[in-house]
Design a protein around this ligand. Structure first.
Ligand SMILES: [Zn+2]
Length: 211
């Protein structure tokens, strides 16, 4: 029988480059650790940003295009800084800001949704041409875990998730991500957590190689 693992909910968040961090917060600014996360070295910081999406809304009858800005406020920046800026939101949030946001693996941002990052404390902002995604659900594991489960990096599996709130389910299209810098944990977003009954934490096990 497949070993169980924790299933954690990733709320919306932002990853930034060192350069973006300094543009938004000032030269030499560094992220402070608010809370360490399950993945070694990764942390939630005290720094927050607003995300603005510049939507173009087409009138269904007249075809007229109206430009309107929508925002998501107060998203945490996760540290440490990365090589690319990336915003991870849920599909519900994407709909609320009238944006078409692709479901992607973290780091796979080519051609994804543009947006503007704003520091609400000083008004500093940067436009990013791409980088807003909905994270594809995934399991982080070490090479030893992968061997035990008989899976490899990039494999797609199905996971049975136990909910304490009457919404247990099997989720397909779960990507396996293998690195010895990871700790065993599955990550889902807030939409997925709500679909599973909204418990703070779940456990899961791999039930099939794919759904
Ligand atoms: Zn993750």
């Amino acid at each position: 029988m497949s070993k169980e693992f924790i299933v954690e909910t990733s709320a919306h968040h932002i990853h930034v480059t060192k350069e973006a961090l300094e543009t938004l917060f000032g030269k030499g600014y560094e992220l402070e650790v608010k809370k360490m996360l399950s993945q070694p070295g990764q942390f939630a910081s005290n720094s927050r940003l607003d995300v603005i999406y510049h939507a173009e809304i087409k009138d269904r009858v007249t075809g007229e295009v109206t430009k309107k800005d929508f925002s998501l406020k107060n998203l945490s920046i996760l540290g440490p800084v990365r090589k690319e800026n990336q915003v991870e939101i849920s599909l519900t949030e994407a709909r609320s800001i009238k944006a078409v946001v692709p479901i992607r693996e973290s780091g796979d941002i080519k051609g994804s949704c543009p947006c503007t990052l704003v520091n609400p404390l000083n008004g500093n902002s940067i436009d990013i041409k791409e980088g807003m995604i909905v994270a594809k659900r995934h399991i982080h594991m070490t090479e030893a875990d992968a061997k035990e489960y008989g899976v490899s990096n990039g494999d797609i599996v199905s996971v049975e998730i136990k909910s304490k709130n009457n919404r247990s389910a099997i989720l397909g299209d779960v990507v396996i991500r293998v690195s010895n810098s990871y700790a065993l944990a599955m990550h889902i977003d807030t939409d997925e957590a709500n679909a599973l009954g909204g418990d703070a934490s779940f456990t899961g096990k791999i039930v099939k190689s794919s759904l």
